[in-house]
Write a protein that binds this ligand. Structure first.
Ligand SMILES: *[C@@H]1O[C@H](CO)[C@@H](O)[C@H](O)[C@H]1NC(C)=O
Ligand SMILES: *[C@@H]1O[C@H](CO)[C@@H](O)[C@H](O)[C@H]1NC(C)=O
Ligand SMILES: *[C@@H]1O[C@H](CO)[C@@H](O)[C@H](O)[C@H]1NC(C)=O
Ligand SMILES: *[C@@H]1O[C@H](CO)[C@@H](O)[C@H](O)[C@H]1NC(C)=O
Ligand SMILES: *[C@@H]1O[C@H](CO)[C@@H](O)[C@H](O)[C@H]1NC(C)=O
Ligand SMILES: *[C@@H]1O[C@H](CO)[C@@H](O)[C@H](O)[C@H]1NC(C)=O
Ligand SMILES: *[C@@H]1O[C@H](CO)[C@@H](O)[C@H](O)[C@H]1NC(C)=O
Ligand SMILES: *[C@@H]1O[C@H](CO)[C@@H](O)[C@H](O)[C@H]1NC(C)=O
Ligand SMILES: *[C@@H]1O[C@H](CO)[C@@H](O)[C@H](O)[C@H]1NC(C)=O
Ligand SMILES: *[C@@H]1O[C@H](CO)[C@@H](O)[C@H](O)[C@H]1NC(C)=O
Ligand SMILES: [Cu+2]
Length: 556
């Protein structure tokens, strides 16, 4: 094990105050994150960026299932900061979940907060990222959860494991990008590059960069722990002459399947194994956007390379052709191949009866704005509610019974039904509100997420905090409650793409009390208001109740 991780450490992992280097009998893992401004010359930009511990991507957290992790975050920058542990279930520990103004007030400049949570019943790849403003563009890193000591993977153990973080890069300051867009009421500028482990490869005027290099030996297996940390783009991932065997998504094992191309949305993680059966040489890795709607994206391809040992740098490079940007069929064939492992050891506990049947439309809208360019601004909504961020965190308001922060009248279905993917209403206006949907402890939920065609139909990767859910179906057009449930499939995850002009149905059991954010993981849509929260009430007794808040919980 130690040698496996040394490989990773060589390029990724810098741990501050990691108390547990052997990963054997260690139940508590302590980290310290200093949020700082960092200069980087790697990406053709002289302006400093916000990072954790000066790293981009940030440090990897390595732990085992059932370990308790503490991370002391110290804010040395001028921005308010909070960190989300994306996909970590946070059973009863919502205070450590991280989304600013949902579960905590942000850590203000000069402030400190210790996140403490236990990795219960999860193993695989997750990630952490800033959950305030657009800071997650550069404030993110991997979370690797190894199985408990002595528990094998349900597939042959790879020879090596490598973290591969995909991202987006702006030459401008990302806060300036979104602030400018919000002022004008228009879409923000797209990024200037995609990155693979912090490096775009030779694009634009960054030719000095060789790109990220993965050194391999022949006839070995490598498990890539791929994370899409990009703000706004779903990505294709492909390697010349190598097939990818997908074994896990969002820290849940899947039935292994082999593919040329991986589709990964912002927020999602995918573990895939490659076998190095090729001749010595250099094989390109391509990361390119998927967008099958008339929406502007950064269409540049990031490249990295897989180098077989012994190969000279002059060896011919094997090129790879990324799918076209609008390759819906490539995207669909990947998504349709995903199925939870659902074995005796890892059963898929999908709720079979439904207490709350919800139908949420997700899409864009247009509201008046006197100071904006056209007298209007683009917004986004769920069931025609554009979410307004409160100034007191929702979890505090819920826990301490503070009234006036939110209302629990989030509509369970659209108040004005129409043909969501057909002719749109003439009026694109939305309502504003800080509305939540309340669930009793242990209730079962089916939620159909329906894309709309307002302004443009577009794929939305929707992320739910505090739970894994089962994706039980997806389709094009409008969801049909009589016909569609018959075709239900099954994959467990925490972020799911709702297809352009289509729908996705998910199920979950509300067995985690607290306040749980649900939002589009395209940062631009979250900013525009495509977000809401579920309040899950306490059940019986302390084991079914939110724990008391820690004493250092930041104040607003
Ligand atoms: C970044 O580099 C500039 C120019 O060299 C320097 O003035 C600035 O202090 C540096 N900032 C940080 C955070 O290191
Ligand atoms: C966004 O792009 C426009 C057009 O290229 C440019 O003028 C503007 O400065 C950019 N905004 C930021 C914040 O970089
Ligand atoms: C503003 O108006 C211009 C010109 O009519 C149009 O091209 C643009 O799409 C409009 N922008 C928004 C955000 O409505
Ligand atoms: C990428 O986008 C740019 C700017 O919109 C455009 O000029 C270019 O043709 C596009 N390239 C491809 C390959 O689609
Ligand atoms: C994808 O885009 C290309 C170039 O714009 C176009 O020729 C092609 O018809 C599009 N394919 C689909 C399936 O929309
Ligand atoms: C909030 O109200 C609930 C229900 O009335 C009560 O059980 C709980 O003790 C109250 N919490 C606080 C912190 O006052
Ligand atoms: C909704 O609109 C689509 C696209 O125009 C059309 O094919 C479909 O028949 C419409 N559905 C209903 C129920 O009217
Ligand atoms: C959304 O709400 C706005 C404001 O109340 C209203 O004007 C509009 O008709 C509603 N749209 C839909 C699709 O319900
Ligand atoms: C939750 O509900 C299921 C049945 O729907 C039941 O089997 C289970 O015991 C309940 N769990 C708790 C903790 O109440
Ligand atoms: C930081 O957060 C505090 C508490 O919510 C708020 O009062 C303050 O305005 C925020 N600062 C900035 C720069 O946004
Ligand atoms: Cu979206």
């Amino acid at each position: 094990m130690a040698s496996t991780w040394l490989q990773v450490a060589a390029f990724m992992v810098v741990l501050v105050a990691w108390t547990c280097p052997t990963l054997v009998e260690c139940r508590i893992r302590n980290y310290k994150f200093n949020v700082v401004m960092t200069n980087t010359t790697r990406l053709c930009k002289s302006k400093p960026i916000v990072t954790v511990n000066g790293r981009f991507p940030g440090p990897t957290i390595i732990a085992r299932e059932d370990d308790t992790v503490t991370v002391k975050v110290v804010n040395h920058v001028k921005y308010n900061v909070s960190i989300h542990w994306h996909g970590v279930r946070q059973l009863r520990t919502g205070w450590a979940d991280g989304p600013a103004y949902i579960t905590q007030c942000p850590i203000q400049p000069g402030g400190t907060y210790v996140y403490k949570f236990t990795l219960t019943g999860q193993r695989g790849t997750l990630w952490w990222h800033a959950h305030v403003l657009w800071l997650r563009a550069t404030v993110h890193g991997a979370i690797v959860i190894l199985p408990k000591v002595g528990v094998p993977y349900p597939f042959p153990k790879p020879n090596k494991e490598v973290v591969v973080v995909l991202g987006e890069w702006w030459k401008s300051d990302t806060e300036a990008v979104i602030n400018q867009a919000q002022k004008l009421g228009q879409a923000p500028n797209v990024s200037d590059a995609h990155t693979i482990n912090g490096n775009p490869g030779p694009v634009g005027n960054c030719l000095a960069n060789g790109g990220y290099k993965l050194q391999v030996d022949q006839e070995k297996t490598y498990m890539l722990r791929i994370i899409n940390a990009a703000l706004n783009e779903e990505l294709f991932f492909k390697i010349a002459n190598h097939k990818l065997t997908v074994v896990e998504v969002d820290a849940v094992y899947v039935k292994p399947f082999t593919t040329d191309t991986i589709l990964i949305a912002p927020g999602q993680t995918t573990n895939a194994i490659i076998t190095t059966t090729q001749k010595a040489g250099k094989y390109l890795v391509a990361v390119s956007p998927f967008m099958d709607a008339p929406i502007a994206v950064n269409n540049l391809t990031a490249t990295a390379s897989v180098h077989y040992s012994g190969a000279l740098t002059s060896t011919a490079t094997k090129l790879v052709t990324p799918p076209p940007q609008n390759a819906t069929l490539v995207a669909n064939s990947f998504v349709n191949a995903l199925k939870s492992l659902n074995s005796v050891m890892y059963p898929a506990k999908v709720p079979l009866t439904i207490d709350h049947s919800l139908f949420f439309t997700i899409g864009l809208g247009v509201n008046p704005c006197k100071t904006c360019v056209n007298g209007s601004r683009v917004v986004a909504d769920i069931n025609n509610v554009t979410f307004v961020m409160p100034t007191t965190a929702l979890l505090q308001a819920h826990y301490f019974n503070i009234s006036g922060v939110f209302t629990d009248d989030f509509p369970s279905k659209p108040l004005m039904p129409y043909n969501y993917t057909g002719t749109q209403p003439k009026n694109f206006a939305t309502n504003k509100g800080t509305k939540v949907y309340r669930l009793p402890y242990n209730a079962t939920v089916q939620l159909v997420l329906q894309d709309t065609g307002m302004i443009a139909a577009e794929s939305h990767p929707v992320h739910l905090h505090g739970f894994n859910f089962f994706v039980v179906g997806r389709g094009l057009g409008n969801f049909n409650p009589n016909k569609d449930p018959k075709g239900y499939n099954l994959v467990e995850r925490n972020t799911v793409g709702v297809p352009t002009g289509g729908w996705t149905a998910i199920r979950f059991r509300a067995d985690n009390p607290g306040v749980w954010f649900m939002h589009c993981h395209l940062e631009v849509h979250t900013t525009w208001g495509l977000k809401m929260a579920f309040v899950v009430d306490n059940g019986q007794g302390p084991l079914e109740s939110v724990i008391p808040p820690p004493s250092d919980l930041p104040k607003c």
